[in-house]
Ligand binder design. Structure first.
Ligand code: B3K
Ligand code: ZN
Length: 876
């Protein structure tokens, strides 16, 4: 297919004001009657035909203003329905289509998940339900009548408020009618029909609207929806307080389904979720699961304003809703939990996924200029870097300026389909700031690099920072312009206090933030009587890579004294990464590994500091991952050497700090029964991190402690972490604990996913065979995306040495899986294939094998647009 380009955007020729749907649910023959109230768009082309999108539809009938249309009045292709010469006035189109929800394995449009009818329309799924101008700038008011067998689907849900329901006398069928008063694009349409249990609650909004809340789950699972409900109510309150956003319907429903291509979907008034992000109990969900549920419930709810009330003009503007909404959910979680720890976790993820994406062949701008398959652009760049860009706006404009800009955005664009230009104009107008150069963050891909050199001049009592910025070349963008980068910093004096920041002209940078907008700057601070250590990019205010002339002593100093907790953490990570890169080289050339003394001292100091939050210490003790190390090395990477270097470091830490690690493990046992709150979760993070270091080092009775924890665990966090530690470091115990875990949870699909995932991530040569064997396990199915991601996704992304086996068998296995899945679920297949995106950084042998696997896929006939797009760009 030809690429779609942002510059080719044209407004729609026809608008749809109202959509009346009458849906007769049936497992294999669902009938959809759509009545569209349409009119020519004054901003469109005059006299244009009506072109509607369609995908895998069977057209049963078509009428215009009540008259069946003659065959020569329209034409149908596999992807469209065109009315060649419609009257140029308001008209009503009636379309009847026939679908088979049971055969819908793509999980786009209307499908069945464990017998429940549900929909997924973003980005382009509504065209799989009826013929429609399937683009986000066509906003209509929807009324949906759903009819079904009472037995099969006692629960019938739609967008908006329920306005009618009843039985069909003399039949076994019943119906419900839902009306959504808010005009919306069709990607926000949803319906659900099934046999589901409901958890109910109420929420009264700031202005007194009484909202009925419902969470629908598979029968018998209602007890596990309590945390999600609590998170929902907290999200609703927070959005009123932090952004002045109030809910706008009488009902808000969430439905959890087991088969879902991604996390969740923000359909108006009817969010549909992957049940992984709804269901939780202490015995089945980890602390991380609880945190994800809280964040995703909030994210989808926050879309009600950023996404639904104000939507995107076209799919190039995806970050308008996604980046902004991720920023909002990050801030929510930061307020509910520990702000510094939340930032550390978010930055870890940003680096792991977005920096990696930005450094490889799939790099693209936060707002891409072109795409072939939009589903491939729900990426870390659009979401996470998109959120970082919003965060930088707030850093540059200050809290008040940012809030004023947001208020103006809501006021100006409510009910519209907007663009990034519209969004930025609100901040420019609200604060009188020129954001033209800032807008490059949306257009230029690649992670900017800051090279910073600091020098103290004792004679002049001044401190000079020389700052150079550059943005590396990325696909389609060989040359870059300088960006606007907020550089948040402090000068930390010898006593650990921040020195005053006074520039040579006597001014102080507001909020300690310098603006870097040219290729080169020199900033000179005066009245600096003692040699400071600069703390750079505090809070990771800018999503950049930083190189500086800080010595390892400086980093150790910052790790102890910086008042910015993020940079205390980051100082240790920088030390660790420096060590790991050197150690990887040493492994490859057979040299002795260097001594990580400074690093161990810094970690030991954190562990010994009673003032620190245990969750924070847990992060400090978690060394960069194998893929972080590989990305930083950047070329000629040998994953086995990376693994060996990292394991050596962890062993050294575990050995040198055995006593304090074991002490912390004892000291931080959470008192009383399990609670998922951040403080208790933090203690568990720290304990389990200590345990894993001890077990790796064969010290402090790590393995015995892990076995004890596994057996005594009253919660999934401890059980899973100890299981993982045992699987990695106690091969003798492995079979027994895995069998025990399976027996305990064999009837619980979400926990079984964890069982599959743990086994696929064991870093040893037998793992690929084990993964292959597990694809034949009775519980494995290619039809369930969670299961596929648990076994195969986590093998490809969470087990670098075995996925990147030198013989290329890991790549071949992935290629076979991708090809096997492409016919049934191309979105999932394309996602899995993304695991190969860093193939170019590998050493020659593996690089050749990975390339061969990619070429084999590329050479296969009949690829989906999804896989074809990823493989083509990966090889380009
Ligand atoms: N907007 C959806 C993602 C839809 C993905 C389509 N392939 C979930 C979210 O970001 O909230
Ligand atoms: Zn979203």
């Amino acid at each position: 297919p030809k690429p779609i380009r942002l510059v080719d955007y044209r407004p729609p020729d026809w608008l749809v004001d109202t959509v009346d749907l009458d849906i007769g649910l049936h497992p294999t023959a669902t009938v959809i009657r759509a009545r569209l109230g349409m009119r020519p768009n004054p901003a469109g082309r005059e006299g244009a035909p009506i072109v509607l999108d369609g995908d895998e539809l069977v057209l049963k009938s078509l009428a215009l203003d009540g008259e069946t249309l003659a065959g020569n009045a329209y034409s149908v292709t596999p992807s469209s329905l065109t009315l060649l010469a419609p009257p140029q006035r308001a008209l009503t189109l009636e379309i009847e289509t026939l679908l088979d929800p049971s055969a819908n394995t793509k999980l786009m449009g209307l499908y069945r998940s464990s017998g429940t009818y549900c929909t997924q329309c973003e980005a382009e799924g509504f065209r799989r339900i009826t013929y429609f101008p399937d683009r986000p700038d066509v906003l209509a008011v929807y009324t949906t009548r759903i009819e079904a067998e009472r037995e099969e689907a006692p629960v019938l849900l739609g967008n908006g408020n329920k306005v009618e329901e009843g039985e069909l006398p003399g039949t076994t069928r019943h119906f419900a009618v839902w009306h959504d008063p808010w005009p919306k694009p069709c990607y926000l349409f949803a319906l659900v029909g099934g046999r589901l249990d409901r958890v109910g609650d109420r929420f009264v909004t700031a202005t007194g609207r009484d909202v009925e809340l419902g969470i629908y789950v598979e029968p018998g699972k209602a007890a596990r929806a309590g945390y999600a409900m609590d998170a929902l109510k907290r999200s609703m309150r927070w959005d009123e307080e932090a952004f002045g956003c109030e809910y706008d319907l009488d009902v808000f429903n969430i439905v959890a389904v087991a088969d879902f291509n991604m996390g969740a979907m923000e359909n108006k008034g009817l969010n549909i979720f992957n049940d992984k992000y709804v269901l939780a109990s202490p015995e089945t969900a980890t602390d991380n699961d609880y945190a994800s549920i809280e964040g995703i419930i909030a994210h989808e709810y926050f879309h009600n304003w950023t996404g639904n009330r104000i939507t995107c003009r076209d799919w190039f503007q995806l970050c308008l809703k996604e980046g902004l909404t991720v920023f909002r959910d990050q801030e929510f979680s930061a307020d509910q939990r520990s702000r510094p720890v939340k930032r550390i976790i978010d930055v870890r993820l940003l680096k792991a996924y977005q920096f990696t994406e930005d450094a490889g062949p799939l790099a693209h701008p936060v707002r891409p200029a072109t795409y072939r398959e939009i589903n491939n652009f729900y990426t870390a760049t659009v979401y996470e870097k998109g959120a970082e860009v919003v965060r930088m706006l707030k850093t540059l404009l200050g809290s008040e300026g940012f809030r004023n800009g947001m208020d103006l955005y809501f006021e100006r664009h409510d009910g519209q389909a907007a663009t990034i230009e519209d969004f930025l104009a609100c901040f420019a107008d609200a604060t009188g700031t020129d954001l033209a150069q800032f807008a490059l963050w949306y257009a230029q891909s690649g992670t900017p690099q800051l090279a910073i050199t600091g020098e103290w001049n004792p004679a002049e009592r001044s401190y000079r920072l020389d700052v150079e910025q550059s943005v590396p070349p990325t696909p389609g963008q060989p040359d870059k312009q300088p960006m606007v980068i907020p550089l948040a910093l402090g000068l930390v004096g010898p006593s650990g206090e921040d020195l005053p920041l006074t520039l040579a002209d006597g001014t102080s940078p507001a909020g300690g933030v310098l603006t870097v907008d040219a290729p080169r700057h020199s900033f000179v601070f005066r009245d600096v009587a003692e040699r400071p250590v600069p703390s750079l990019n505090r809070g990771f205010a800018a999503p950049v890579r930083l190189a500086s002339n800080l010595s390892s002593d400086d980093l150790v100093f910052l790790a102890r004294h910086d008042r910015d907790p993020f940079n205390r953490f980051e100082a240790v990570q920088t030390l660790a990464l420096g060590y790991l890169i050197e150690a990887t080289q040493a492994v490859r050339s057979g040299r002795n590994l260097p001594e990580p003394a400074a690093l161990i001292a810094a970690m030991g100091a954190s562990l010994a500091d009673p003032a620190l939050d245990p969750a924070f210490v847990g992060q400090v003790l978690t060394v960069p991952s194998e893929s972080d190390i590989a990305r930083e090395i950047g070329r000629d990477v040998d994953p086995d050497a990376v693994y060996a270097a990292r394991a050596t470091l962890r062993r050294a830490v575990g050995t040198a700090l055995a006593e304090p690690l074991a002490g912390a493990f004892e000291r931080f046992a959470a008192p009383g029964p399990y609670s998922p709150d951040a403080a208790s979760a933090g203690r568990r993070t720290l304990r389990n991190t200590c345990l894993s270091l001890l077990a790796e080092a064969g010290a402090g009775e790590g393995v015995a402690r892990a076995l004890g924890l596994y057996r005594a665990a009253d919660n999934m966090t401890d059980r899973l972490q100890s299981l993982m530690t045992l699987c990695h470091h106690a091969p003798g115990q492995r079979a027994e604990v895995l069998a025990d875990f399976y027996e305990r949870f064999r009837d619980d699909p979400l926990v079984l996913d964890k069982w599959f995932g743990i086994q696929s991530q064991i870093p040893e040569p037998g793992t690929l065979d084990r993964v292959r064997e597990l694809t034949g396990h009775p519980a494995f199915s290619l039809r369930n995306p969670n299961r596929v991601r648990a076994l195969i996704g986590s093998f490809a992304t969470g087990n670098p040495t075995q996925f990147n086996r030198a013989d290329g068998a890991g790549y071949d296995f992935l290629a076979d899986t991708v090809l096997g899945l492409d016919g049934s679920n191309p979105q999932l297949a394309a996602r899995l294939l993304g695991a190969l995106k860093s193939w170019r950084v590998l050493e020659e042998g593996r690089r050749g094998k990975a390339e061969a696997a990619l070429r084999r896929i590329a050479g296969t006939a009949g690829l989906s647009p999804d896989v074809s797009d990823i493989v083509t760009r990966s090889l380009a």
